[in-house]
Every structure is written in C-alpha cells, then in structure tokens.
Ligand binder design. Sequence first.
Ligand SMILES: Cc1cc2nc3c(=O)[nH]c(=O)nc-3n(C[C@H](O)[C@H](O)[C@H](O)COP(=O)(O)OP(=O)(O)OC[C@H]3O[C@@H](n4cnc5c(N)ncnc54)[C@H](O)[C@@H]3O)c2cc1C
Length: 488
Amino acid sequence: MENYDVCVIGAGYGGATVAALLARAGLKVALVEKTARAGGKTQTTERKGYKFEMFGAVGIPAHNSRFHELVDTLGIADQAPFIVPEGNAASVRYKSPEGEWRTMYAPLVPTGDPREMEELKRVYGVDDDDLAALGELYEAVLSLDEQQLEALDDVGMLEWMGQFSLPAALQSQICMNLNTLFVVSVSRLAASEAILTMRDQVMGGAGRYHIGGYGRVAECCADYVTEHGGLYLTKQRVRRIIVEQGRAVGVETDAGDIRARAVISNAGIQPTVLALTGREHFDADYIARIESLEPSWSIAGFRYVLDKRIFDAALIPIFSDQSWLDDERFAAMEEGVWPDVPLIAIDVPSEFDPGLSDIPGHQLANCQMFCSADPGSPMGEEAIRRGEAVIDELWPELKNHILRKEPYGAKQISSMSRDSVLPGCGGEAVGLAQVVGQVGKSKPAARTPLPGLYIVGCDAGGRGAGTHQAVDSGFNVAAMVEADLGVG
Ligand SMILES: Cc1cc2nc3c(=O)[nH]c(=O)nc-3n(C[C@H](O)[C@H](O)[C@H](O)COP(=O)(O)OP(=O)(O)OC[C@H]3O[C@@H](n4cnc5c(N)ncnc54)[C@H](O)[C@@H]3O)c2cc1C
C-alpha cells in the first residue's frame, strides 16, 4: 500500500485538472481512471487510421478560457495547441414557420460586421426593431454586476428573457443555443449561468478545439502527474472510498489500496456519496439532498466517418421554432410527441483539425440530439431515428458516403463516465443540471461533510458550460485542497 497526499478518482476534465494542479503545487498525487484514457465525456479515442471524439468536442469560450489558463499554468501549451477556425465555420439550418429551410453561415467568434445583422434579418425574418430588442438583451448580458447576477441564480432564463419581447425566431435561436450548452430546460436553467456563458460567447466566441483531439489536454494533465512524481493508473476502477475514524483516507482498487490525506472524486456526486463512500458516513439531511439532485439531460446521436466532405462547417445547429426545449416540450417528447425538427447539433471535428484522419478528404462528424439521462430509457433511439430523417432530408447524398456509423446514447455515456446509482440518472451529458435551486449558493459544496473527501467536475466547485465548468472546478478545488492540507 502506497501513501499519497491526494488520490483523485477519475481523469475527466475536472479530475485531470485538479490532479495536475496539485502535482504542480508539490503534492504527491495518485490519479485513478476506470477507462483506458483521460478525458471522461470528452475523451478522444483512436481507431484504424483516425482519431475519434467519443462525445463532446467544442470548447466555449474559444478564447480567454480556463483551458488557456490551465495549459499556461502547467507550461504544456505546446503539447496541445488550440485551434479556432477562421471564416464562417458555423452553418445554421433554420426551418421557418412556412416550412422553408434557411442557411446562415457565421464566424465562431463574433466580428461585429454589419453583414451579420443583415443575415439575421434574412434567415429569421426579423426587422430593425427586433434586432434592437436583441441588442438590449445582449447589453443586459454584458452589463449586469455580480450582485445582480447572484439574484438571477433563482430566476429561470426563459422568464428573464421575457422582458425583451423577442420575436419567436430570435427566441428560438437563443433557446436552442442554451439547450445545446447546458442540456437542460430553458425554463429552469438559472439565468445567472446562462448569462455568464453568453457573456463568454460574446467576448471569446464558441468553438475552440485541441489539435490531436479535444481530450488531448486531459491526457497531457494526466502525464503531467507522472512527470511530477505521481501515479496515473488507467483501466482501474475505484471500488470503494476507505473511511477510518470519520475521515476519507484512501481508495480501494483491484490493484490494491491507495492511502491519501485527501480523496477528490470526479465520479459524480451521487455515485461518490451513495455508492463509493456509503450512506452510513453522512447524516440523513445530506443524503436526502444528494438523492434529490437533478442531473442534466443526456444526448443521443451517431458518429460518422465519411469518405468525402459532406458537411461544410465545423458546427451546424439545426432547428425550428418548435425545437428548443422547456419542461413541457421535453415531457411531451418523453410521451412520444416530438417537434417537427428535433433539436440537432452537429460537430465536425475534422473541420477543426484535418489531421484527425490519416486519409485526406475523410470527414469525422458527430450528430447529437437530446434525450433522458436514464440509461434504460428508449428516448435516445427515437431521437436518433428522428434526427437521422432530418439529416437525410438536408444532405441526401450523405448515405452514399458512410464508412462507419456508431450510434450512442445515455447508456454508453454512463459506462464511459459515471455509474447510474439512482433511477433516471447516470447518462447525463453535463453533470448536475444547472437549474434554479442547484447553482450558486444552492450548488452542493465541493468540500463534503466527510473530512478529507472532495467533489470535482461538473457537480460541484465550478461554473460555465460543459468542460469549461469542469476545468473551473478543477482550479477551485485545487485551491481548496491546498489550503486544507496547509500547502504553501
Ligand atoms: C454527447 C456529449 C456532447 C458534449 N459536448 C460538449 C462540448 O462540445 N463542449 C463541452 O464543453 N462539453 C460538452 N459536453 C459536456 C462535457 O463533456 C461534460 O460536462 C464534462 O466533460 C464533464 O466533466 P467532468 O470532469 O465533470 O466528468 P466526466 O467527464 O464525467 O469524467 C469523470 C471521469 O471519472 C471516471 N470515473 C468514474 N467513476 C470512476 C471510478 N469508480 N473509478 C475510476 N474512475 C472513475 C470516468 O471514467 C471519467 O473519466 C458533452 C457531453 C456529451 C455527453
């Protein structure tokens, strides 16, 4: 049995970040990952001749992100260079109320070019007054101070947006963007979280990618741990967190026990508390709170390898005014009543980094639809069926160029990231839902009531969209653990 300062369970972006930062601070770190690679839900894998994103692949914000801070702090920027495509790398496909498909090409980082406004008018059928209302909304997004934002922890985004009286098409565009970023209902998405990320998008754009694969930065963080005297185990599941005299003191794995002064879990707050540690180590109120937490929704989709370039952009959202999701619309879908166009987000990693495929001209794409986080739900299969029909309508030649097609959904996401320990949970795409009652002061603390046990990743300790939140949490939890262990 070896002794470490810190044992981190899971090398998703939260776990990999905190492990590397604590190794940098001079602590002896063990990082234990159950899959073959670091990156968690944004893991990059390799197949014959090409690299492949398992799930997510787009960083928001593109510039000035916590990822930039991370690679600069660790001095690893040259190992995982970032790329943000120039030009019109996004192509929006909007189905108008008249049933006409309209396409708008746009840059990933806003340029302020007046032609972008003209395009909004053409595609969404809006006028100058409508754009003025949109301008007012963005003015508020950029100008709210910290106190005003904190008050919006308790306000749903749809309600907050109501004051700007946007026309349906512009409301649809904002709501579909927020659904895609947070994978929750826009009626309960906390306005504070939405506004902070919209601010990030305005200032830094959307669409950072990492050369070699989006998971590359997590892999570099894991390597950083071993290069700084630590241990990085892959294909090694933590079975149990060891508790002695009311304190977390290590973990149990098939390869043996690892003892540590602090245990930091990236395995999800519910699996960590309810399964890995055990209810008996917490009081009844805390257990009730953990059981009541709501996960984000999941994503079902398919990854394509295509033998030619079919998609003409790196990011392609597809939607109509009926596609964006609040609680009512999502509940209807669960009951089998779907919109004319299910909300679809296509990422095309090979448009960011053509080097992902050894064979020039091949295209790698990921088509994503929204569904329940329950790994046993049939909703993902229906989402895939309906999404595929829309993609077939828009790109009829695609079906003749498929080299490989891999469907996935909540079940696969759960097996690659967190266990399902409560009904309806496990396959969540993001982590804890960033809804009213679960953000800001109401978010579970990263420091659990069990001394020595911390949570990192999208369930505690951070803010932002997806991986950005996980890395933010990694920074914040590293500072917390350093302080608790008396480092520095
Ligand atoms: C289809 C899809 C698309 C997405 N698109 C994007 C996107 O474009 N941009 C973006 O920013 N975000 C995206 N996201 C969300 C983003 O991937 C997640 O929010 C983020 O990666 C979560 O990071 P995390 O650190 O909280 O945990 P996870 O990524 O869930 O990592 C947890 C890690 O812990 C490991 N683990 C769990 N239990 C154990 C155990 N017992 N022992 C050892 N190891 C264990 C897991 O194997 C995993 O590596 C997407 C998610 C999905 C599913």
